[in-house]
Design a protein around this ligand. Structure first.
Ligand code: SF4
Ligand code: SF4
Length: 266
């Protein structure tokens, strides 16, 4: 029997920005603190995903109201726990020359630290800017979707710690069903701006769908997510085709030139 694909459904509409997920991830994976600082852009003090921050909760201040918001003031917070998307077509995995990045039996994307040589090809090929190298050891690190916990039959630390179930872990098919039902419910309740980011290949052809997908309340750019991410290798087939056509064209031109030179000598 094959193991079903697993993933995360992150429903940002119920995130309260407590950062319990970030802390649980750091604790379980023994990741060092990056130091607290005030960016001046937000109350968020960890700013972005990093080689030592595998979950990041973004605090986004907007000069806009959410539908159904009780206050008339044009202001609202968007809170969102971001993570590696464990893409169906993963740019990091396709770029890795050593085979350090593999697809697990849970259909998640895992970096084997003992094989990674720190070349950094994966860093530039992730369309989300997720994976990065650690300054201390030079190797690439990112969320493992708690591979070790999953092997032991446990849910990932972030999902376990989330007090509002903004992060749900489970079988990918169940998560998609849950996400569709939640979207319908929010639309019925008048939250018409809610939508699903990256749930399927139809929604996001450039990655063929994410195994960690999101319910968002604004356009992706508001969350610092790309609107139309694409794996760099997606365009490679087309490039080879263009190169083949160009080569055929040059060969034809060479034959014509050789013929015309032959004609001139007669
Ligand atoms: S989000 Fe980036 S690091 Fe994560 S699987 Fe996709 S390409 Fe790899
Ligand atoms: S633990 Fe849950 S509610 Fe708290 S910040 Fe993370 S996703 Fe949001």
């Amino acid at each position: 029997m094959t193991t079903p694909a697993t993933g995360f459904f992150t429903d940002t509409s119920v995130c309260i920005g407590c950062k319990a997920c970030e802390v649980a991830c750091k604790q379980w994976n023994q990741l060092p603190a990056d130091g607290d600082f005030f960016s001046g852009r937000s109350y968020d003090n960890t700013i972005h995903l990093e080689a030592t921050t595998w979950r990041h909760v973004a605090f986004i201040e907007r000069q806009a109201r959410l539908s159904g918001q009780a206050t008339s003031r044009p202001f609202s917070w968007l809170l969102m726990s971001d993570v590696c998307k464990h893409c169906e077509r993963a740019g990091c995995l396709e770029a890795c020359p050593t085979g350090a990045i593999v697809r697990t039996e849970f259909d998640t994307v895992y970096v084997q630290p003992d094989v990674c040589n720190g070349c950094g090809y994966c860093v530039v090929c992730c369309p989300f800017g997720v994976i990065n190298r650690r300054e201390d050891d030079g190797r690439a690190w990112k969320c493992t979707l708690c591979y070790d916990r999953q092997k032991a039959g446990m849910e990932p630390a972030c999902a376990k710690a989330c007090p509002t179930d903004s992060i749900t872990f489970g079988k990918l098919d169940d998560l998609k069903e849950m996400a569709r039902a939640r979207l319908q419910e929010l639309h019925r309740r008048g939250v018409t701006e809610a939508w699903l980011y990256g749930m399927s290949e139809r929604d996001q052809p450039g990655t063929e769908g994410l195994h960690a997908f999101f319910l968002l309340l604004d356009r992706p750019e508001a969350y610092n997510l790309p609107p139309d991410p694409s794996v760099p290798t997606k365009g490679v087939g087309g490039s080879w085709g263009v190169m083949a056509l160009a080569a055929a064209g040059m060969a034809a031109a060479a034959v014509v030139a050789a013929h015309s030179r032959g004609g001139e000598r007669k």
